[in-house]
Ligand binder design. Structure first.
Ligand code: UDP
Ligand code: MG
Length: 323
């Protein structure tokens, strides 16, 4: 019952990371504001609600668009990072900066792919008691078969590796102020927010939405970046790959022992061990396996290296409007 007063008319901040989005920003900024106005007019959120853009070191006119938006309306505010840090860091910057200023925040992409009107259902879920509301894609019809298959494979692989993740949820979500406070406790540099949020806990629910095509501009996530994100997701949240390698190590040691016994028996019973081909095959196979294992372990060592240095996750260079 303690939460009841807060759950009435919360202050909502919409956090939107933007990287080279000059072609969509003027269109979507208007749509975000319309949604905010709708929510205020229905009495669901407070009039102090705002939209916070995070310029992730864009090289086009994104930042000047954000500045002119914020001088045209106090409900638009902006942060500009000192350089491009990638979607996850830009989003975190926005979330951490609005923390303490709002009762709830919704993060969404700048390109109109996340159905903005799903926001109202997220707020409804919050009002009925959820601290975390995940936006979940209902269909993947707008995706190519390739993207659909790789995305499905990605979620399955994460599940297999013991990473708790909401199926078909990207970074469109609502967080309450206490969920934000919880997220702020996670100091890791290797960010994979959709894997971290379930670890924060609290009551959660999901809201389905249809993901549409980008309004304009191009995706910043080509296959190589997606694979990188998937790999980062696994190694940041699970040590199962290393454990699997240990089991493989034990298994192959046992097989090696059997092979050794067989060789000794064959030697003493006078049976010649045939050719070098089998030997070469084994050497190649185990050589490859060892390199693979070293690579995986190295990946974790690299992660430790980055975590230990504890470099700042983002640096804010400029601000516009009042948060
Ligand atoms: N983005 C960002 N920094 C980057 C790349 C992307 O802030 O380095 C933002 C981008 O402006 C968008 C969101 O992250 O608002 C998602 O990016 P994008 O639409 O390119 O990815 P996709 O939807 O194709 O996965
Ligand atoms: Mg997009």
């Amino acid at each position: 019952m303690e939460d009841a007063p807060v759950r009435e008319k919360p202050v909502l901040y919409i956090v939107v990371p933007c990287y080279n989005e000059e072609s969509v920003l003027p269109v979507t900024a208007r749509l975000f504001l319309l949604e905010l106005e709708y929510l205020v007019s229905t009495g669901k959120i407070s009039t102090g609600s705002k939209i916070c853009f995070v310029n992730d070191g864009s090289s086009d006119s994104t930042w000047s668009i954000i500045c002119s938006l914020s001088s045209s309306d106090v409900r638009y505010v902006g942060l500009s990072l000192s350089r491009n840090r990638g979607h996850q860091n830009a989003l975190l910057a926005g979330l951490m900066e609005v923390r303490g200023k709002c009762d709830i925040c919704v993060s969404m992409d700048c390109d109109g792919q996340d159905d903005i009107s799903a926001c109202r259902r997220m707020v409804d879920e919050y009002l009925s008691g959820s601290d975390v509301v995940y936006g979940v894609r209902s269909k993947r019809e707008t995706d190519t078969t390739f993207k659909r298959l790789t995305a499905q494979g990605f979620y399955r692989l994460l599940e297999l590796m013991g990473v708790e993740i909401v199926y078909n949820h990207a970074d469109y979500r609502l967080l309450s102020s206490r969920a934000l406070d919880g997220l702020a406790e996670f100091g890791e540099v290797n960010l994979f927010l959709r894997g971290l949020v379930p670890l924060v806990g609290f009551t959660s629910s999901t809201v389905e939405y249809e993901r549409s095509e980008r309004i304009a501009g191009e995706s910043h996530y080509p296959l190589s970046k997606m694979l990188g994100l998937a790999f980062d997701g696994i190694t940041s949240l699970s040590i199962k790959p290393i454990r699997t390698l240990s089991f493989a190590g034990v298994l192959f040691s046992v097989l090696g022992l059997v092979g050794f016994i067989w060789a000794v028996v064959a030697f003493f019973t006078g049976q010649a061990i045939s050719g070098w081909a089998s030997t070469v095959c084994f050497v190649c196979f185990f050589g490859g396996l060892q390199l693979f294992a070293l690579g995986i372990i190295g990946e974790y060592v690299g992660k430790i290296y980055l975590e230990v240095k504890n470099r700042p996750r983002y640096i804010i260079a400029e601000r516009t409007g009042e948060l």
